[in-house]
Design a protein around this ligand. Structure first.
Ligand code: SF4
Ligand code: SF4
Length: 215
């Protein structure tokens, strides 16, 4: 096997590929479109700043699925049981909660606890961002010039994210939007224009009635 690998290297026939691995979880956006559109209040912002679905409140409308710019919330396709062995219905919203139950008890999320290489870390957001910036600098110094952080900019289209990712290439390579924008960004403007259009129609109808009254 070793010989085959060495021969492939010598012949220049080593496949041109690399492993780029990232967890595709909820980003816990500062400006979360899913929260804005949820009509039942099933989605809420926790005391930790994370975004969580309450499956007993969700009605399965799916508005949040369309509103997430990252495509990380979906409707359950299989019946699931919770820790209390309660059946959770098919069709209700499902996503990473950053282990709300665990962090409420001062424990790490299960992924951060279980990851053997500490590739997933959990802690104070500012501290995590600082640690990640130092890691990017170290990677740049070692020739990984494409290394970058994703979600660490509070001025991006979602106000920064609670889950920050260290990428080794452009976001698109990982299937991430390069410039995510909260999908409800234009809602206030749309409501304002719809209100103006409604008022204009009412004014037009009133003028029309007045015109008839005078004829
Ligand atoms: S990543 Fe999607 S599901 Fe998670 S908070 Fe942002 S908009 Fe909501
Ligand atoms: S599917 Fe559930 S969580 Fe999503 S918007 Fe509808 S009620 Fe809210």
């Amino acid at each position: 096997m070793q010989w085959a690998a060495e021969q492939a290297l010598a012949e220049g026939t080593v496949p041109d590929f690399r492993w780029l691995i990232a967890s595709d979880v909820c980003k816990h956006c500062t400006h979360a479109g899913c929260l804005d559109v949820c009509p039942t209040g099933a989605l809420f912002r926790t005391e930790f700043g994370t975004v969580v679905v309450q499956d007993e409140v969700c009605n399965g409308c799916g508005y949040c699925v369309a509103a997430c710019p990252f495509g990380v919330i979906d409707k359950r396709k299989d019946p699931t049981t919770t820790g209390a062995a309660r059946q959770v219905e098919i069709g209700i919203a499902n996503k990473c909660t950053l282990c709300y139950d665990r962090i409420s008890l001062d424990a790490k999320p299960a992924c951060a606890q279980a990851c053997p290489t500490t590739s997933i870390q959990f802690g104070d957001l500012d501290e995590m961002r600082e640690r990640a910036r130092e890691r990017v600098e170290a990677l740049h110094a070692n020739g990984f010039t494409e290394a970058r952080l994703y979600g660490a900019n509070p001025n991006d289209g979602v106000g920064g994210t609670g889950s920050v990712f260290l990428l080794l290439d452009e976001p698109e390579v990982y299937g991430l939007p390069p410039d995510p924008i909260v999908t409800t960004h234009d809602l206030p403007d749309i409501f304002r224009k719809a209100g103006l259009a409604g008022l204009t129609m009412l004014a037009g109808a009133a003028v029309s009635f007045l015109g008839r009254g005078n004829s």
